[in-house]
Ligand binder design. Structure first.
Ligand SMILES: CC[C@@H](C(=O)O)C(=O)SCCNC(=O)CCNC(=O)[C@H](O)C(C)(C)COP(=O)(O)OP(=O)(O)OC[C@H]1O[C@@H](n2cnc3c(N)ncnc32)[C@H](O)[C@@H]1OP(=O)(O)O
Ligand SMILES: [Co+2]
Length: 139
């Protein structure tokens, strides 16, 4: 497996609405997508487009959300994960496991409509890493 482009940086927030104001009014972001719920992932999502990548604002959908604990520890939110593209998610998952990394769950469809996996932060110097299969029409 070879790591691909940085697709997005995930930012957990208690309020997408408030974070959108910050990215728009403080940083001058202009391309901000409509927020949508992703119940299988337990989050509400809003993409902020950048010239070379995206910020993925994520808000918890209930207490079972995988970001619920993170927001308990960081009540005003914070950088949550980075996401790199890979050519084939199943090859990537097998490769991570073979190298001894902890893959959190099985590949599942993420916010871009392609399968994603997460690698535990303990294997990545404290950074939660998402690997995402490159969308077919993207490049
Ligand atoms: C929008 C959909 C999708 C996309 O398509 O882009 C997404 O991005 S969804 C994003 C949210 N989903 C996930 O994060 C799924 C994977 N995450 C998990 O399985 C868990 O969150 C976790 C990473 C295993 C953490 O488990 P949790 O129960 O929340 O917390 P713990 O307290 O048990 O954490 C253990 C350990 O890890 C540290 N930690 C937790 N979260 C992070 C983080 N985001 N970045 C860095 N480190 C993190 C935590 O501090 C603990 O450390 P120690 O205390 O040193 O053990
Ligand atoms: Co993500």
């Amino acid at each position: 497996m070879m790591i691909g482009r940085l697709n997005h940086v995930g930012v957990a927030t208690p309020s997408i609405e408030e974070s959108v104001k910050t990215y728009r009014d403080l940083l001058g972001a202009t391309k901000i997508h409509d927020a949508f719920d992703l119940p299988p992932q337990g989050v509400r999502v809003c993409f902020v487009d950048l010239p070379n990548s995206q910020i993925e604002l994520i808000e918890p959908l209930g207490e079972a959300s995988p970001i619920h604990k993170f927001l308990e520890k960081n009540p005003s939110g914070g950088q949550h994960h980075v996401c790199f593209e890979v050519a084939d998610i199943h090859v990537a998952a097998a490769d991570m496991k073979e190298k001894g990394a902890t893959v959190l769950g099985e590949p599942r469809i993420g916010a871009h409509g392609t399968p994603v996996i997460f690698v535990h932060p303990k294997n990545m110097g404290g950074v939660l890493v998402e690997l995402m299969e490159t969308p077919k029409a993207a490049h």
